[in-house]
Design a protein around this ligand. Structure first.
Ligand code: SAM
Length: 266
């Protein structure tokens, strides 16, 4: 069966990397694992051998059918559920409720929808314990970047608001068939949402972050003004927090951004 590039099908063929991805999830024997985009089952096989329950979400009808056959009770697998659907419509909260525990999520993601998947996982944070995900190297660099680094921006702050992220390993194109045009990096995301600790309201703070990072070249103060925040209130917020009005959002930690949000929300 030919790989469908429009579905981001680049199949992993690096046994050592597969072992490391599975190990990075931690012990699986008592856990429910959700695999995004199992494809031909490269990671699925090891997960099915270890997890209490494995739920796989595959959009490609032929692959989903193949997986259903391969991981069926007739073949000795009583712990695998194959969902033929779009991961962007998968209800992680409902799956966690059925499992009566938070989920472990894993996947070599289809790169054409990486950001929507990451944001969907963030929105489902209450249902997820940790995730180990393969993404394009440049995306992993942004996800795990710290303030003042070249890659730090809205994606870094947004994901780090929902927990901690760390890169684990990088693979060259040849580790996949067919090879993608980019390098790929696996990162781990331990979910621990920080909204109450930072004293911010989730939806309002995320909307505020989008304003802060709207234009990379502009100062934070100018970005906020462009978003119709009052100049007086912006000025007061910088005085209250002791942060320079000339600073750009890319130089601020999430704690500093939260301090400005709290000052503006008073
Ligand atoms: N896990 C396999 C591996 O590592 O060899 C395949 C990874 S491949 C990069 C991405 C997989 O995601 C493909 O099997 C593709 O069909 C599937 N996929 C693409 N879009 C999807 C979507 N919206 N929802 C669920 N799966 C999707």
């Amino acid at each position: 069966m030919a790989a469908k590039s429009k579905l981001g099908q680049n199949f992993l063929r690096a046994p050592k990397a597969i072992e490391r991805i599975i190990a990075a999830l931690g012990p699986l024997g008592t856990r429910t694992v959700v695999e995004i985009g199992p494809g031909k089952g490269a990671i699925t096989e090891g997960l099915a051998a270890q997890a209490k329950h494995l739920i796989t979400i595959e959009l490609d009808r032929e692959l989903a059918w193949m997986l259903q056959e391969r991981f069926s009770p007739e073949k000795g697998f009583h712990n695998v559920t194959v969902c033929r659907q779009d991961v962007l419509g998968f209800d992680f909260a409902a799956a966690a409720k059925v499992a009566e525990e938070s989920l472990l999520v894993v996947g070599n993601l289809p790169y054409y929808i990486t950001s929507p998947i990451l944001l969907r996982l963030a929105a489902s944070a209450a249902a997820i314990d940790r995730a180990v995900l393969m993404v394009q190297r440049e995306v992993a660099d942004r996800v795990t970047a710290r303030p003042e680094s070249r890659d730090y921006g809205l994606l870094s702050v947004t994901l780090q608001l929902y927990g901690s992220t760390e890169p684990l390993l990088t693979l060259p194109p040849e580790a996949f068939a067919p090879p993608p045009e980019v390098h790929s990096t696996v990162f781990r995301w331990i979910f621990a949402p920080r909204f109450s600790e930072l004293g911010v309201e989730e939806a309002a703070f995320i909307a505020f972050l989008k304003q802060c990072f709207a234009q990379k070249r502009k100062t934070l103060s100018n970005n906020l003004r462009a978003a119709a925040q009052s100049a007086d209130r912006i000025g007061d917020a910088f005085v209250t927090t002791g942060i320079s009005p000339q600073i750009r959002a890319e130089a601020l930690t999430v704690e500093e951004l939260a301090a400005i949000w709290r000052a503006l929300s008073r």
